[in-house]
Design a protein around this ligand. Sequence first.
Ligand code: 5GP
Ligand code: MN
Length: 316
Amino acid sequence: MSTLDNILEEINKAETIVILTHENPDGDAIGSALALYNSLKQIGKNPDVIIPEYPRTFEFLPGAEETKKESDVEKYDLAISVDCATIKMLNGFAKYFENAKSRISIDHHSTNTMFGDLNYVSPDAPACAQILLVVLEYFKVDITKEIGTCILAGIITDTGGFKYSGVTAETFEFVAWLANKGINVPKVYRKVLQIKTRANFELNRIAANRLEFYEDGKVAFTYITKEDEEKVNSESGDHEGIVETGRDIEGVEVSIFLRETDKGCKVSMRSNEYVNVSDVCLLLGGGGHIRAAGATMQCTIEQAKEKILRQIKSVI
Ligand code: 5GP
Ligand code: MN
């Protein structure tokens, strides 16, 4: 039996199911979770999706209103994690995963630690949502407009609008297939990637003003503090995309964005052509993909900046 057969068997067996994803969820995390949620409902299940901080940008996705911030269920029959590389990144709600009788991880991070009992991980896929499309087809789920919209939201956000290196002909074939089903691709694109909240715009402005270059312009660095976020009334997800500003400047190979949080300092790193930022972030206790990775460091912005710039020096 293939892993997918085993996963389907676990789903069929389970009476209570919980779907989880990583903290600070982005469009791929939410799109994947809701695509799976709507699909499991279609096959007669009634899963919980637990997303404590739900970004406003993705409120239009089918199933968004049914997500929960927490749950009273002590022990689910089955927990499925999507788009999450490590159990640590499930953060405050890892308990739902750890306590479940059976655990599955579906993901596309090469740094996935295989923390499920069953793991379906394809690092070549540019978005977890793209893997889910294959998985759901295999399960013979009817990919409705609702499910397709969730999948499309994941693909568009994690590929930066079809422009990152993981995009292949297959990605466009999937999207063409979704468009043929009547999904309005430009409309979803605009909603998940183009429209910015006002707070996001203000944070971008602050970060752009602070942007500095290092290593002969090959490294761009910027940050935002908790105070900045308070000043602009920032909500969950309002820092998304700031790291892209540095990446898109001519001559820049690595863009670094730091965000002060209650737990220390959240690192976002992007590269363009040759630096493996996943390796750099692994050394900082995080992980991710070759061209997009991150970590959480327990120190101040200044300390993190110094440590990261030292690491980057040896790979740039
Ligand atoms: P972002 O910069 O958008 O937060 O994250 C970029 C990529 O790196 C995402 O795929 C994300 O899952 C991964 N990533 C971010 N932070 C961490 C971390 O602390 N640990 C691991 N393993 N991956 C991370
Ligand atoms: Mn993803």
